[in-house]
Structures are given as C-alpha cells and as structure tokens.
Design a binder for this molecule. Structure first.
Ligand SMILES: *Cc1c(COP(=O)(O)O)cnc(C)c1O
Length: 435
C-alpha cells in the first residue's frame, strides 16, 4: 500500500510490505532460510546476472531483510538501503566503499567510541587514512583539512554523549564543492527527528541496535542512499570500472554504475563487502527492527518529553556541574537544534557530576530504575560513565578532543514515567552525597 504520498507514521508501519505477496500474513514473516531454490537454469542465469531481485542466499539478501531495507529507504525518500549485521558493519562498509582502496576520510573527534577506536585499529590495513578536524563546529576547519585524496566527510548529526548538533547544510555544501560526498551517522537523531538528505547528506548510516529497534534486543545496522551524488565525477573509479563479477547474461563485464544505476552505493556494498566480508543481518533481527520501527515516532516523542523534564530537574541540582543537550539552558547548539531538530533533540545527553570518583561511583550504583549499560535509545532509561566505559580506549588527548571528562555521566532517557525517573535520580544523589 505504500506510496510516496504517505506520511512518515504511515510508512513506518506499511512501507515495503504487501501482505498479499506473503500469504496475507499481517506481521512480516521471518524467512528463516539460508538458500532459495533456483527453480530452473534460466531463472538461475537471471539471478546470477542481477536481472532479478529475488534471493539466492541469505548472506546477500532475504525477503524479510528486503522489506526492512525498502521500509527504511521509503522513510528517507531514498532510492535504496542495505541492512547489515551491526552499526559498526554499516559504518565500516560505508567508509570502505567510499574510499575504494586508497584515500582519506575527513571526520571529527565527536564520534561513537567504537567508530573512533576503529580508525586506529583497522582502517590503515584497508588503505584508509582518517583526518580529524580541529574544530568540529567550524566549516572553515573542515575546509582546511580537505586534501587532494580526501574521499568523504563523515559526521554524526547529533553526537553521543554530548548531544552537539552538526551544521549539516554548509558541511554538505563544502563536501560538494570538492566533489566528495557527505556521510552522516544519524543513529541518535533517527529519521523521525531528522532526515539528513533534506540538508544535502549523500549517505546515511545507522546503528539500528539503538532507537530504530528500541528495545535493546538486537544488533543491526543500515546504510541508506538517495542517488544524488555523482560517483562518475572521476574521484571514485571503483564505481566506474568494469568488473568480471558483474557480467551480464551475455558475459559482458559491467560497472557498478551500470548494474546498480539507482543504488550504486548500497549495490556495491552488497556485491563486494556483504558478499565477501559477510556481515549479514539475521532475518529474525530484521524482524525485530521492523517491529521496533512501527512505534519509532511514539517512542521518540516520549523520550523527548521525558528528557525535558529530567533536564529541568538536573538544572536545579547543586551536584550537577553542567548539562549538554540543546534543551539545557544556554546550550550553544540551541539555534542549530531549532533548524535541524524542530521536533526535539532526542533523549541522549550528558551531565557533569561533581564530587569525588567514589561519589560518582555511588551515584551510578545507587540508581534503581536507570540501567547501567553500554547502549542507547532503549525503552529503558540507561546510565553510564563514558570515560571508563564507552570511551575508555581513547587516550587522554583523544578524550579531551571528544569532550569526555571523568565527571561525564551519560543518560539515555527511556519510556518510563518521568516522575519515577526523577525520583530515582533524586534518591541516588542523596545516597551518593550524604555526609
Ligand atoms: C552504537 C553506535 C554505532 C555502532 O553500532 P552497533 O550496532 O553497536 O555495531 C555506531 N554509531 C553510533 C552513533 C552508535 O551509537
């Protein structure tokens, strides 16, 4: 039933799925199969020369996963999406794909801890150099750091844990001035709060583990593309070269741009990285993401409204040194949030907790409703101390650049009753700071 004229809340429940094509099942079926009957040699020839979108083997595609991909693409007004086994697979396959064997990525220190870590740990082996801008808030700073072999700019739209907001539009303009794409990790914002394609982004990546699934029960990742970027501009030969593996039915070699004309970016990820490196999502986890998506707007709305209440409470606590969220008083990202995030800036933010290391420990161990764990975007409210957990592999200088200090406490606000959340924090303050 999905048509482009439907609104977000309708698409999140219906897009990409027609029950009549699946025995009229109301809930998307889980296709728990590794391979698919090829049927006839003629059909097999079609499948193996990319003439059919039907599935051959679940590492490459699966009907349950295809529905998720179509739904995510429609939610962004995009041409295509690919689902992967994790957010890290989505980030790394997107970066490998844009670099294509040698080149640089320009990014900022304000990234998910695992992403920053991976730059030091694995990318060099794949011919990728990573440059960090000096001032993540300055477009000039991005421009100064662009080099001849820079292949992409990569940013997070709302960053974790400090909820800074990236000024996407001028950064996208800058990238395009240098004929390179802007890649945006939109995990914290979710497509409900922000569609980065509206502001010039070329590729969007998600950890669907977080708010898209929203119940802390699956690891999943997504890459989305809108086919606006010109991959044939000379900087990205990997999309133009003829490949033996992309032969047509008459054995003629073809390029990624020929075979996947509307989805060159995700098409190449599927044909190369998913095919050969193999971070395939399980159909069951795709199903969990689909179920989560059905309530995405409602969950985010509640998280936004709960967060406002928790922030007002924290602003009145003497133990709180600062709060980093556009909703907090005098936050420097208020105006950017107004522009990019009119529905709210999400439920993930940090605050500075005064006192000794022991008091901070007692505070974290004192909460009863908040759950102490390394996840975000859950139905549950979560708490963590990033400098000793999510960002612990960064050295002191990297933590300073990422603006993580020992006093940083990150909250991810869930769907509980806001008064109960506030009372929980209140009793933990009393417990930790009693004389
Ligand atoms: C969690 C996260 C990732 C990594 O995703 P996984 O699903 O844990 O592999 C990437 N980017 C951001 C912003 C995240 O929060």
């Amino acid at each position: 039933m999905a048509e482009p004229t439907y609104h977000f809340d309708t698409l999140k429940i219906h897009a990409g799925y027609n029950p009549a094509d699946h025995n009229y099942a109301v809930s998307v079926p889980i296709y728990q199969t590794a391979a698919y009957e090829l049927g006839s040699v003629a059909r097999s020839d079609d499948l193996f020369s990319f003439n059919s979108e039907d599935s051959v083997y679940t590492r490459l595609s699966n009907p349950t996963i295809t529905i998720l991909e179509k739904r995510i693409a429609e939610l962004h007004g995009a041409t295509g999406a690919i689902a992967l086994a994790s957010g890290m697979a989505a980030v790394s396959y997107a970066l490998l794909n844009v670099v294509g064997g040698s080149g640089r990525i320009l990014t900022t220190p304000r990234l998910y801890g695992g992403t920053i870590d991976s730059f030091g740990q694995v990318y060099k082996e794949f011919g990728i150099e990573v440059d960090l801008v000096e001032d993540s808030d300055s477009v000039d700073s991005f421009e100064k750091a662009i080099r001849a072999d820079t292949k992409a700019i990569f940013v997070e739209s709302i960053t974790n844990p400090n909820a800074t907001v990236t000024d996407l539009e001028p950064v996208a303009d800058l990238a395009h001035k240098y004929n390179i794409p802007l890649l945006v990790d939109n995990t914290v914002a979710t497509p409900y709060l922000l569609n980065p394609f509206d502001y010039g982004a070329d590729i969007i990546v998600y950890s669907a583990t977080k708010a898209l699934t929203g119940h802390g029960n699956a690891i999943a990742g997504l890459v989305v593309e809108n086919n606006q970027f010109n991959w044939a501009n000379g900087k990205f030969p990997q999309f133009e070269e003829k490949l033996y593996s992309l032969r047509d039915i008459d054995d003629r070699q073809r390029s990624v741009l020929e075979v996947f004309s509307k989805i060159p970016f995700t098409g190449r990820i599927r044909a190369l990285y998913l095919n050969y490196l193999g971070a395939a999502l399980s159909p069951f986890n795709a199903y969990l993401v689909l179920i989560g998506l059905e309530t995405l707007s409602e969950r985010i709305e509640k998280q936004v409204s709960n967060s406002k209440k928790v922030i007002r409470f924290l602003e009145n606590r003497r133990e709180v040194l600062w709060i980093k969220h556009p909703e907090a008083k005098e936050n420097p990202y208020r105006d950017l949030a107004k522009k990019y995030l009119p529905k709210g800036s999400g439920g993930i933010f940090s605050f500075g907790l005064s006192g000794t290391a022991e008091q901070r420990r007692n505070f974290i161990e004192g909460v009863k409703v908040f759950s102490y764990q390394a996840n975000i975007g859950d139905a549950r409210s979560l708490i963590i101390n990033p400098s000793r957990t999510t960002h612990t592999e960064l050295d002191e200088e990297q933590q300073r650049l990422a603006d993580i200090v020992p006093e940083t406490i990150r909250l991810s606000i869930g769907l509980e009753n806001a008064e109960d959340l506030i009372a929980d924090l209140d009793q933990a303050f009393e417990l930790a700071f009693q004389k």
